[in-house]
Design a protein around this ligand. Structure first.
Ligand SMILES: CC(=O)NCC[C@H](N)C(=O)O
Length: 130
């Protein structure tokens, strides 16, 4: 069994920041679960253009309100605590209307330091890191 806590991640290399987001990476590829899990916070007003070409991401909202716009369908979905969305390679925009906190699960698992590239994707790790 593996035990991690938010407290042990804060202020370390597992607390990764990008424009409009901070991701506390609780579970990583090295934990060998087949997925990774982050506790991610966005400030009010954050707007992220995302396109996880290499990953599928499930986002489960814990705190705050916002919306996610699916660029493929044109639909805009309201986000509030208890709502989950799955981004399976669709281009999308996440907007936080208030401070926002969510659990984010990625497959294949993140290895730790990923930040978005110019398309809003995380790079795929090289084979030995997976
Ligand atoms: C919801 C979302 O995709 N935010 C960007 C950060 C990412 N989810 C992460 O936790 O690293």
């Amino acid at each position: 069994m593996i035990i991690h806590s938010l407290g042990e991640v804060l202020g370390t290399g597992r607390e990764v920041r990008g424009p409009g987001w901070t991701s506390r990476r609780l579970l990583l590829a090295e934990d060998r679960a087949g997925f990774s899990m982050n506790d991610t916070v966005l400030p009010a007003g954050a707007e992220l253009e995302l396109w996880y070409a290499n990953h599928v991401e499930a986002v489960y909202v814990l705190e705050g309100r916002g919306e996610v716009a699916d660029h493929e369908t044109g639909e805009v979905h309201r986000l509030e605590p208890g709502v989950l969305y799955l981004a399976a390679h669709e281009r999308h925009t996440l907007r936080a209307h208030t401070q926002f906190r969510a659990v984010c699960v990625f497959t294949p698992p993140l290895t730790g330091g990923e930040v978005h590239d110019e398309n809003g994707a995380f790079p795929l790790p090289s084979e030995p890191d997976r």
